[in-house]
Every structure is written in C-alpha cells, then in structure tokens.
Write a protein that binds this ligand. Structure first.
Ligand code: AMP
Ligand code: MN
Ligand code: MN
Ligand code: MN
Length: 284
C-alpha cells in the first residue's frame, strides 16, 4: 500500500454522532475514490460488522476502527484505534464503561441549557439519537439548530457546547493508559486523533505525546479535516521527533454538516511513514 493511497481512517456513522448508516458511508467512500476506509464511531464498535460487510460488498478495503474519548490531565482528547479484533472482550467492556456516563451527562446538559433559555433539549436531542447508549453533544447541536436557536451546529458549539460555555458539562472519560491498552491488547494500532484541536500548552502537548508513546501508541493524525497546512507541517515533524507513524482521516459526520467529505483530503507529506504500512495484514 503506497504513500499516496487515498486512505480515510476516521469517520462516523449513526451508531455514534454521524447521520449516515455504515452501509451508506461505505458506498460514499467508494464513490469518492477512497482506497482504504475505517469507521471510527465514538466509544462504540457496534457498527463494525456492518461496516466490514458493506465495504466488502462494494469492493472497498476496510480496517476496523473506533475513536475513544479520553481525559488527559483534565482535557478531553480522542484516541483512534485501527485494525483491532472487534470481538475482543476487554475492548468491548472498556468501551461499554466509557459510554456509560453519557445519559446522565446529557440530562445535566439539558438542565443547564434550560437555564439559558433552551428548554426540552434532552428530549429534543434524543430524537436525533439512533444508538441509545451514545447521546453526544452533536445530537444536542442538531436539536438546537432545529429549534431555531442557532443557524448551524458550529454556532451551537461556539455559544453553548464548547468547554466553558453554559451547556458544557465536564465529564471524566477513559484514562489514556486504558484506551491505548484496550486497542493494542486487541491487536490494533493506537492513533492520537486531530491533535491540532486540543487546547494544550506546549509542555502539556509534549506530555501527551511522550506518555502516549511510552504506553505503546504508534501513530498520530497528520492530515485530518480539522487541520490546516501549519498543523500538517507541525505534526509531521512530531512523527519524526516521537518516532510515530502518520494517519489520514476526514472525521466525516454528515453531508449536511461536515466541511471535509470522505476521501477529500490532502496527501500525507512525503517524508513520514503512513500508518497503513503497519496494518496491511489487518485489511479486510
Ligand atoms: P461528545 O463526545 O458528546 O463530547 O461530543 C463530541 C463531538 O462533538 C465531536 O466528536 C464532534 O463531532 C463534535 N464537536 C466538538 N466540538 C465541536 C465544534 N467546535 N464544532 C462542531 N462540532 C464539534
Ligand atoms: Mn463526533
Ligand atoms: Mn474527535
Ligand atoms: Mn471523530
């Protein structure tokens, strides 16, 4: 698998906070010229079997995937797992525990939003939820747009749902050690997702990469929907500095909401090792 493979190793279905079914995503990825695809739903691998089957049906090479929510020094970071055994019981149990606090958090979010003039947000968000174990801020954002409080989901996050805003409820996610351990224990590769999005100081970011590497993490997303060119250059350099492989993924959620479509991404810079070179035997 070569360097310029159109790999898209980060995407979401309605099994978490995307709007398309795994089957529709596989078809869209194929139509967009993706050459290797992974469905990476938040804290959930319930769509894996459907994704693998749908990819097979359209002749699209596919890896198992997940995006695990982690709390690292009080900050939420996301760790993508690729190419693991999706029947691994330790991974399944870890993800189940990671999901378990979401409903209570969502009810609190509903209470907070009611205080700032948005009543009924929990029930409203639930209308957009397909998987009852996976209510997320994205579902609230969709409801708040539908109810006419904001023009799009980006505005909702800016005004209500980002850290520090009135509808934000802090939450304790998985430990970095556990997330990396579940992924590698199931035979997969752990990847730091969209590092350019975290509000970490230089020292904190160094700590994240150092600990991640020490725990057995192997890759970082260099090219992803949320990264500009400066991020690509920066995290390609981090690959060299921390001896990590590079991943590439759109983080596609929805045709209506996502700025970056499946497979419509810049190439990886030339001097780094693509994560898919270590995953050839895992492609299904
Ligand atoms: P949760 O796991 O419930 O905290 O929701 C996190 C999800 O919210 C992310 O995976 C994104 O899909 C979405 N999200 C987070 N921040 C933003 C933002 N600033 N703009 C748009 N979507 C966001
Ligand atoms: Mn999401
Ligand atoms: Mn993420
Ligand atoms: Mn994502």
């Amino acid at each position: 698998m070569d360097h310029l493979l159109n790999a898209d190793l980060h995407s979401h279905s309605l099994v978490s906070d995307g709007t398309l079914a795994p089957e529709a995503l596989a078809q869209r990825a194929k139509a967009n010229g993706v050459g290797l695809w992974a469905l990476t739903d938040h804290d959930e691998i319930g769509g894996s079997e459907r994704a693998l089957q749908a990819a097979r049906a359209v002749g699209l090479p596919c890896l198992t995937g997940v995006e695990i929510s982690v709390t690292f020094i009080g900050v939420t970071v996301h760790i993508v797992g690729l190419g693991f055994d999706h029947r691994d019981p330790v991974l399944a149990e870890g993800l189940h525990r990671t999901r378990s606090g979401r409903e209570r958090r969502a009810r609190e979010m509903g209470d907070e939003l009611a205080r700032v003039g948005i009543p009924g947000a929990f029930e409203g968000a639930m209308k957009f939820v397909d998987n009852p174990e996976l209510i997320s801020r994205t579902h609230f954002a969709r409801y708040i747009v539908e109810a006419g409080h904001c023009k799009d989901t980006y505005e909702v996050f800016r005004k209500y749902l980002a850290d520090g805003k009135p509808g934000y409820v802090p939450h304790q996610w998985a430990a970095l050690r556990d997330a990396v351990g579940w992924i590698t224990g199931a035979g997969g590769v752990a990847v730091i997702a969209h590092p350019g999005r975290y509000k970490l100081s230089t020292n904190e970011e160094f700590a994240l990469f150092s600990e991640f590497k020490a725990l057995g993490g192997q890759a970082v997303e260099v090219v992803t929907g949320a990264h500009g060119q400066a991020d690509v250059v920066k995290y390609a350099e981090f690959c060299r500095e921390f001896d990590l492989m590079a991943s590439r993924g759109s983080d596609f959620h929805s045709p209506e909401e996502s700025h970056c479509d499946l497979g419509r991404l810049p190439d990886l810079p030339g001097h780094i090792t693509p994560v898919w070179t270590a995953l050839e035997s895992r492609v299904q």
